[in-house]
Design a protein around this ligand. Structure first.
Ligand SMILES: C[S@@+](CC[C@H](N)C(=O)[O-])C[C@H]1O[C@@H](n2cnc3c(N)ncnc32)[C@H](O)[C@@H]1O
Length: 239
């Protein structure tokens, strides 16, 4: 029996409050508990997007803004970060305040991935890093991503996945289920780091995500596993 709800409106409410609560320690726990590999994965995502200067980017579930800051350091683009947790956005805005002389063209807005507060056909790219798994309804969100992308615009999703290497999976699952929640509970909301491995367990596998993209009118779908398949980049183009 799962401890948490993994779909629907109640999941959304739980997730919003959880990220509000863990926001002060989110960045530091990411770096420490992933041994820095989260940064490598986000860079892989950005590389895979093939961004060109002057394009417009929407980073959904931006959290504390790490993907946007990395993108805008490299490219001269207009970026918007959207998140449902106001407290995660407060941290993103504090980080923006510190670098605003170097990085302009960044805006953070509060909103729901399943009901984007934007007009149609606006963005060249949408990316979502470790946020997709947390959404209440994947298909509703994909319809929204499709709506606000320009025709030919690109969607890039980075998310945890289950490694197909039995050996690696054993080691990783031990760390993810036993060590990580204990260490994290010393400084952050304990159930959040039990939700994390459970949410990965209940997240659909790569072929299902690929089918969701296909049935929501994305074409040229590509799947790129990272680090023995512990994380995966999914890509699709708006048809
Ligand atoms: C694990 S964090 C990822 C943050 C950031 N993208 C990163 O790579 O560090 C997941 C984020 O998804 C956000 N989120 C969850 N459900 C959402 C929704 N329905 N709409 C917008 N953001 C959502 C959470 O508030 C949280 O900030």
């Amino acid at each position: 029996m799962p401890e948490f709800i993994h779909t629907g409106k109640d999941k959304k409410k739980f997730v919003e409050k959880m990220f509000d609560d863990i926001s002060p320690h989110y960045d530091i726990l990411n770096r420490v508990l992933s041994f820095g590999i989260d940064k490598y994965w986000r860079n892989k995502l950005i590389q895979s997007m093939n961004i060109i200067n002057d394009q417009s980017i929407l980073d959904v579930a931006t959290g504390t803004g790490d993907v946007i800051f990395a993108i805008n350091k490299k490219y001269n683009v207009e970026s918007t970060g959207l998140d449902i947790s106001k407290k995660m956005l407060n941290i993103a805005n504090m980080k923006l305040e510190k670098i605003k002389n170097k990085q302009r063209n960044i805006a953070f807005i509060h909103g729901d991935a399943e009901k984007l507060p934007m007009e149609d056909n606006l963005y060249d790219h949408i990316c979502i890093s470790f946020g997709f798994r947390n959404l209440g309804d994947y298909n509703i969100a994909l319809k929204e991503f499709h709506r606000v992308l320009k025709p030919g615009g690109k969607l890039s999703i980075l998310e945890f996945s289950k490694s197909k290497s039995k050996f690696f999976n054993k080691i990783f699952q031990f760390y993810f289920n036993k060590i990580l929640p204990r260490v994290a509970s010393l400084i952050s909301r304990a159930d959040a780091y039990r939700y994390l491995p459970e949410s990965v367990k209940y997240f659909p596998d790569q072929s299902k995500i690929s089918n969701f993209l296909d049935s929501n009118n994305f074409i040229d779908i590509k799947i790129q596993p990272l680090t023995f398949g512990v994380a995966t980049i999914y890509k699709g183009i708006k048809n």
